[in-house]
Design a protein around this ligand. Structure first.
Ligand code: KG4
Ligand code: ZN
Length: 369
């Protein structure tokens, strides 16, 4: 990192959805990151009976787990709180109860240790996540595709993100989860739909590809749910029919993401003879058909596809610690830190793009991005 004279060691805390996570990382002046410890508790069992994440249950589970998770990460890292340079925690966007738990914990630890607290935007964590393990210089194109997010971002530099397009309603992972719920396949839905669809015919049902032929990079997945429910009601749901519905639904998502990725890559010029880097992150990126589709699009565009390891694709605290460390190293944070920062349920990375979006509004009904 230019301007850095010594390593920076940070504790990161992530509690914005259903993962309670803590990690300790060290950002090195010569470039690169050492991950000293990573702990994550996924609240699958807590939410599975409800077939989705229940915000109140998530907040309570975070409150019960966060202290232990932080202590375990620090013990694993083998350092003391006084060895830290700062503490970073997700301060939005996300489920407000959980965000508050993580932020309060981060502020308390920072104050007790006499270190700065850094309020991190969860989406910035995702945007920087490939840099935990890969040599991934700015600028690069990012597709963030998970249960809570679905957007294309041009990551131009630290704190410089340009949102190229996003879903105007449900995230792709949310569509997988709703489809699975409708078909009685449990939660989380993505892996179940993929598994059952593996033996199905992706061309059996012609599901809509919303906004596919519209210019631009906006996406829409909410309508697919209705189409799936119609297909499920049209014929008895034999094993074959079920496999065909899953395979055809997945094919619709693959087509939309691939076509939008093709357009995004066509419009992305890194400049200075740099390689075109295309990063895919988020839980949905673990879907094989989606990954294969994106790999072939990247190849066609002469781009390098970077897929961070799954533990950094899904919600994790290492990316939050890294965002804090890069901010500190880049002088984007004051030495005093953000002790006064509040939790933000909505916090777009690219505020300008979000405000020009008709779906954007502040408050409860603001844009998901
Ligand atoms: O990134 P993630 O762990 O959490 C957030 O949403 O932030 O992503 C979880 C989402 C869920 O919606 C899940 O159904 C989806 O990723 N997912 C998948 C697969 N594995 C997880 N979707 C499709 N295929 C998969 N194999
Ligand atoms: Zn996330």
């Amino acid at each position: 990192m230019p301007g850095m004279t010594r390593p920076l060691t940070l504790l990161g805390i992530e509690t914005s959805c259903d993962e309670t996570a803590a990690a300790v990382i060290r950002l090195l002046p010569e470039g690169g990151v050492e991950i000293l410890a990573e702990k994550v508790h996924t609240q699958l069992e807590e939410h599975a009976p409800y077939l989705g994440v229940v915000p109140e249950i998530a907040a309570r589970a975070h409150a019960e787990l966060v202290d232990k998770t932080v202590a375990a990460a620090m013990a694993d890292a083998g350092i003391t709180y006084s060895d830290l340079d700062a503490v970073a925690a997700t301060s939005g966007p996300g489920l407000i109860g959980g965000v508050l738990v993580g932020m309060m914990t981060g502020k308390a630890v920072a104050q007790a240790a006499g270190k700065p607290f850094i309020a991190v935007n969860h989406l910035e964590g995702h945007a920087l996540s490939p840099r935990l393990t890969h040599d991934c210089p700015f600028p690069y194109l990012l597709l963030l595709v998970s249960g809570g997010h679905c957007q294309f971002l041009e990551v131009r530099g630290l704190g410089d993100y340009h949102r190229l397009g996003s879903t105007i309603d449900d995230a792709a992972g949310e569509a997988f989860d709703k489809t699975a719920k409708l078909l009685g396949l449990g939660f989380p839905g993505g892996p179940a739909v993929e598994r059952i669809g593996a033996s199905g015919d992706p061309k059996a049902i012609d599901f809509p590809r919303p906004l596919l032929n519209r210019p631009g990079l906006e996406m829409s997945f909410a309508g697919l749910k209705t189409a799936v429910s119609r297909a499920a009601a049209a014929e008895p749901l034999t094993d074959t029919r079920m496999a065909n519905v899953c395979a055809s639904f997945q094919a619709a998502i693959v087509d939309v993401l691939s076509e939008k990725a093709r357009r995004a890559l066509a419009g992305f010029e890194p400049g200075d003879g740099q390689a075109k880097r295309f990063v895919v992150a988020g839980g949905v990126a673990s879907n094989k058909a989606i990954r294969t589709g994106l790999e072939s699009v990247a190849k066609g565009a002469g781009a390098v596809l970077i897929a961070p390891p799954l533990r950094h694709c899904t919600d994790n605290a290492a990316m939050i610690a890294l965002a804090g460390a890069e901010r500190l190293a880049g002088g984007l944070e004051s030495e005093a830190g953000d002790l006064g920062a509040g939790a933000r349920p909505r916090w777009p990375l690219d505020e300008a793009a979000a405000k020009s979006d008709p779906a954007y509004a502040t408050g409860r009904r603001g844009a998901k991005a």
